[in-house]
Design a protein around this ligand. Sequence first.
Ligand code: SAH
Ligand code: SF4
Ligand code: F3S
Length: 551
Amino acid sequence: MRLNVKTIYALCRRFDHCSQHRFNLRYLSTVELSEQQKNKLESGTVKRQALKKLLDGPQLKDFITKPQYELASEDVPYLDNTNFGHHRKVYFDVHGCQMNVNDTEIVWSILKSHNYLKTDDLEDADIVLVMTCAIREGAETKIWNKLENLKGLRNKKIEKNIKPRMKIGILGCMAERLKEKILEKERTVDIIAGPDSYKDLPRLLAVTENDQIAINVLLSLDETYADIMPVRLNENAVTAFVSIMRGCDNMCTYCIVPFTRGRERSRPVSSIIDELQYLSDQGVKEITLLGQNLKDLRWLNLPVYKTKLGGLRFADLLEKVADVNPEIRIRFTSPHPKDFPDEVLQLIQEKPNICQSLHLPAQSGNSNVLERMRRGYTREAYLELVEHVRQILPNVAISSDFICGFCGETEEEFQDTLSLIEAVKYNTAYLFPYSMREKTTAHRRYQDDVPQYIKQRRLDRMIHLYRGIVKSLNRQKIGQLQLVLVEGYSKRSKLHLAGRNDANIKVIFPIGEIPVQDDSSSCRSIEPGDYIVVQINDSTSQCVGTVSGSG
Ligand code: SAH
Ligand code: SF4
Ligand code: F3S
């Protein structure tokens, strides 16, 4: 019987170790089968038996004449997959959301273990990896401009005869959205890698060594990078992000994320807790749990796609996370305002190290717009939720995202957004003009009919209203004592430190000394990672501080 490529591909998908590389038949020849899998194959169909023959056949090493111990990795790079990097220096240019920051830490961990180095000097880089975002057209325009600059830098290096040629990789959501279309516009790119293919980066980079272009944009149902311990880009930082899920199934009509990050899946609990323990041992003092839609999933000890049964609910997971180290502050983003779980609110009330700040992304204040956006709640339900949250957590800080100028948004509908911002009085808000994305439901179903200048004007009106509210909320903090986690020097002055309070508001204060624990007679300088209590004596719309005009 002939086994065509399509059949091998289908059979290959049945084995776990191939699920990440199912596109690449080369891996078949190096697969080691477990006894269980061998038995499964033996009792299987003719096709399976044919595959077994293929797998039992000669392996790559059988075609190599030198004994393995005499081979250098340059001869056969597949044999020593830890040395792909040859100490080449990688520069990371990170755009987009916190998830991209965390993904870059995963990529850095993978490349570090393959003998690459990291550089913070672009001029010095052998490889530049741009972690991209596709959420709005503006985010992609920034990347195209960046590529122009990188092209200039590479040409300069070629003129100076610097070898090997600097490689440029496009990673993340824009890579996933545009795939090989990126090359139609920009031929300078060597690597295109989507959010689920980072484990393949060492191989992709090896392919580019012969000046070939390497692309892997396959999305996965089970990749959560559970077996990779991310290496933080700034190892001295006292704050860190931990992804607890990937993908999104919500399909809000305006949003590209489900298309760039694939289906929703939760990361195994043990891998989350191990990472938290590791960060705790490293002295990290604040951890933000990340996911596009935190509350619908279940967490087990394996990646889970879509089950609503068994395992831990988000509140159970949050409790476990908070218990890892009560000295570590826990934040999480984003829960969805639809069916917000009460248990999470109770838990925040009970656990002092879970911050009293909630991100409740409203997107619009008008129920018709919310329906067109397919958000699953009305203005009234959202306001009820806010009231309920404030009943249980009277001091909670609430943040949100808003989009203005969505398809068909009238002036009246927009005014409902302004009145919602006014009614809720958000401590933080991220405000965006609508940007239509291909593939989304809105692109198929609606007209992007609000003119650009009106979107801009509505955005300005939202910003103006929001800033006024925050200024007054921050002013109310004057005179209060706030517990602040010190993060480092203030951006503007080495005479001031910056940190954040429980509500995630930036607090600026002068450098100073605090008593040494267990010895009140001696003092030491305040350092990043210290929790200190400060009295607020001034404020702006961005931050509160103990010194006027700093920040
Ligand atoms: N999963 C998160 C959102 C991630 S995207 C959540 O649901 O909260 C971050 C924000 O970008 C969204 O909340 C939304 O306000 C904004 N956004 C998404 N798509 C957009 C688009 N097409 N145009 C403008 N803003 C958009
Ligand atoms: Fe996008 Fe909606 Fe998913 Fe958030 S919940 S990532 S806005 S589809
Ligand atoms: Fe984040 Fe942008 Fe992707 S917001 S999920 S990097 S599209």
